[in-house]
Unconditional design. Structure first.
Length: 691
């Protein structure tokens, strides 16, 4: 290469570096803006967008990718129902939207499916591209509408009253209807005419005016007319700086009825009519204060089992009907002097008074039995159940908050041991809960302080013994507790809402490490069902691959059957989108679920991992051998790779290899190790070990 060519290459590299740096600075700058910003090229493809843009169109987050056509995202969004203004006129709406984009400058509003209103401003750039701004104006539009409704269309009778002339300046239609007068005649009408001898019922001032600050209140009794006798309240709110007030006319009789209903609603659940959480706490406190020292009060917490699955599968309308039926069954079993409450979505409580702990337990078991019977809701036969925990005063505590907490601990223990049971509080539960809280705090600190590590375990070719893949496995070495099992901290991360952060850490770390491996070595990473449910898995995976410059074909994501049990199109769409990028999808723990075979036919898996429980039983259980043989044959016919987990003995390896299993994983080939030790797997002659 000549000197001129070298200089040209260096100039090109410098220009590319400068361009990348400029793009990075532009991205950082627009991410600071409160408005959504998007850049499209001349062909209407995404170039760049900021965080606020992605937040505004959060339901389309999976469609936002560089190079995607803006028009395509609109079409998909219309199909999903993201744009209610397009329903019934999709093609016309899309044509109008694209026509707006073709203008040098355009400004219009957009309504989203969740009710938000977005102000859109778009301008063409010199190269034919588009710069778009998005501003959420929902609050502003709601304020404008509320202000307009406050007077003109308010169902409450309202008028503007001039205190100096004692005349009505203006009134809304509700006031005109209220007084039976044409709205045009209200302007300039003396206020006394509204309460004098005329067509409108006679009024008599019962209470003197009560002046306080900027408002005055009169109480008047009106007789006659169709409404009969009623108490009317007239409230005047002064407009600061003006000799006028806004007057509102209320029928206090109706208001008092509403207040009584509101008081009832504040203390009761709207769906079931049971006492709500606030009423439950207040009643528990009152009962404990009023009870004698030898009187028992039992607080029982009832958690419905499998209710979420019903709600997700059949919808909230069926779920609400199921909750109502469940409440009705429980109410029939609860003693008259006990209070049944609904304190959350599928959580109920029973406060037993003058009942022994044994009696409370008998009722609790009756509730469990009743709720385990099938429910017939809107043509569906539904099966749920219940788990109950309770605590009793004075044996456990006489403090209401403590008693409630102890009942919750008992419920947690019952759910952890076996659903469909009831348990009473024991002192050890409190210590266990405190220990769990400390572990939660320690795990948060470990994630924040970088005390989590990724280890790697090899997956080898059972014929050649060559390493084909490494599975990334998260490890936590606690400074005091030592090594904490993933079976402990992974469920903990899911429970406290940190699984997304943990998943991002593992993906980014493992992809960076894998970039240093030989190109034929793949990387396997486990994915939690909650990462699928949260909806940002695709962007997390693509960001990790992009940051590490790792080809998508070298990544395999391992999922369990729990992901596939999520109802609706989202899991299927996410899996298929990941496969579109070339990312492999492995079904982990195969054989331990209920419907694994049907999943193989409906999802684009690339690998099956036979659960290690079958491998451990292989030599002594003929059934395990039969299952393994069937899975290998099935996978071969479907064109899938089969990986056997938990291989620890050479005889097991040889059996699996002879049966046609292509890949294995287990302590025979290597334990999970830090990235620094990976080279020994890649450089040693593992074929010799396999011979």
């Amino acid at each position: 290469m000549g000197a001129v060519d070298l200089q040209a290459v260096q100039s090109l590299e410098a220009a590319m570096t400068a361009a990348n740096l400029a793009e990075q600075r532009l991205r950082e700058a627009i991410d600071l803006l409160p408005e959504g910003v998007v850049f499209l090229d001349a062909e209407g493809r995404y170039i760049l967008w900021n965080q606020q843009y992605a937040k505004i169109y959060s339901t389309s987050a999976d469609l936002l990718e560089r190079g995607a056509r803006f028009a395509d995202t609109l079409r998909i969004g219309m199909a999903r129902g993201d744009y209610p203004d397009a329903i019934g006129r999709e093609e016309e709406w899309l044509a109008e939207r694209l026509a707006q984009m073709s203008k040098p400058a355009a400004r219009h509003e957009q309504r989203l499916a969740d009710g938000r209103r977005i102000l859109i401003e778009e301008r063409k750039t010199s190269d034919g591209g588009t710069i778009g701004l998005r501003v959420d104006i929902t609050d502003m539009r709601e304020s404008e509408e509320a202000f307009r409704l406050l007077f003109e269309r308010n169902p409450v009778a309202m008028a503007v009253y001039d205190r100096e002339s004692r005349c009505i300046r203006a009134a809304n239609q509700s006031a005109a209807d209220y007084f039976g007068l044409p709205i045009a005649s209200m302007s300039g009408l003396p206020a006394s005419a509204l309460f004098g001898e005329g067509e409108w019922p006679r009024a008599q001032v019962l209470l003197s005016s009560d002046s306080s600050g900027l408002s005055e209140v009169w109480q008047m009794r009106c007789a006659g007319g169709l409404v009969g006798e009623a108490v009317i309240s007239t409230r005047l709110s002064q407009l600061e700086g003006y000799p006028a007030t806004i007057v509102s006319f209320f029928d206090i009789t109706e208001r008092r009825q509403i207040e009584q209903r509101m008081e009832h609603m504040a203390r009761h659940d709207e769906l079931t009519g049971l006492a709500n959480r606030a009423h439950c706490r207040a009643h528990l406190r009152a009962v404990l204060e009023q009870s004698d020292s030898d009187e028992t009060v039992t607080m029982a917490l009832v958690d419905l089992d499998h209710f979420k699955a019903v709600n997700d599968t059949y919808g909230h309308h069926v779920g609400d009907a199921l909750l109502t039926d469940a409440a009705r069954r429980m109410a029939a079993l609860v003693p008259q002097d006990a209070l049944l409450c609904r304190i959350g979505g599928d959580e109920f409580a029973v406060i037993f008074r003058r009942s022994s702990r044994t009696q409370a337990e008998i009722v609790s078991r009756s509730i469990i039995t009743a709720l385990s019977q099938p429910f017939h809701v809107q043509g569906n036969v539904l099966h749920i159940g219940a788990t109950i925990g309770f605590a009793t005063s004075p044996y456990d505590s006489s403090d209401p908050e403590t008693l409630l907490r102890y009942a919750d601990l008992a419920l947690y223990a019952a759910k952890g041991e076996k659903r469909g049971t009831c348990r009473s509080f024991r002192l050890g539960m409190d210590a266990a809960a405190q220990e769990k809280t400390r572990l939660e705090n320690d795990f948060r600190d470990a994630l924040k302080l970088g005390q989590l590590y990724v280890h790697y375990q090899p997956l080898v070719d059972l014929t050649s013994g060559a390493v084909e893949c490494f599975e990334a496995l998260l490890r936590w070495h606690h400074p005091v507790r030592g090594s904490v099992s993933p079976d402990v901290f992974i469920p903990l991360a899911e429970e406290i809402g940190l699984i997304d952060a943990v998943g991002r850490f593992v993906l980014h770390t493992a992809c960076r490490e894998a970039q240093n491996w030989p190109e034929h070595i793949k990387l396997a990473v486990n994915v939690s069902p909650l990462q699928f449910r949260n909806g940002n898995l695709i962007s997390t995976v693509i960001n990790a691959l992009t940051s590490a410059n790792l080809p998508p074909e070298r990544l395999e994501l391992e999922i369990t059957e729990a992901v596939l049990m999520e109802k609706g199109p989202r899991p299927s769409a996410i899996i298929r989108n990941l496969r579109t990028f070339g990312i492999g999808i492995a079904l982990d723990d195969f054989g331990t679920g209920f419907s694994s075979l049907s999943y193989l036919l409906n999802y684009p898996f690339t690998k099956i991992k036979i659960d290690k429980s079958f491998i451990f039983d292989l030599e002594r259980e003929s059934n395990s051998r039969a299952v393994i043989r069937a899975v290998i044959g099935l996978a071969r016919n479907l064109g899938l790779t089969v990986t056997a987990e938990g291989i620890e003995r050479e005889a097991v390896r040889d059996y699996l290899r002879d049966e046609g299993c292509l890949q294995g994983q287990g302590y025979l080939f290597g334990r999970p190790s830090p990235a620094s030790e990976m080279q020994r797997y890649l450089s040693c002659d593992v074929r010799r070990d396999a011979a």
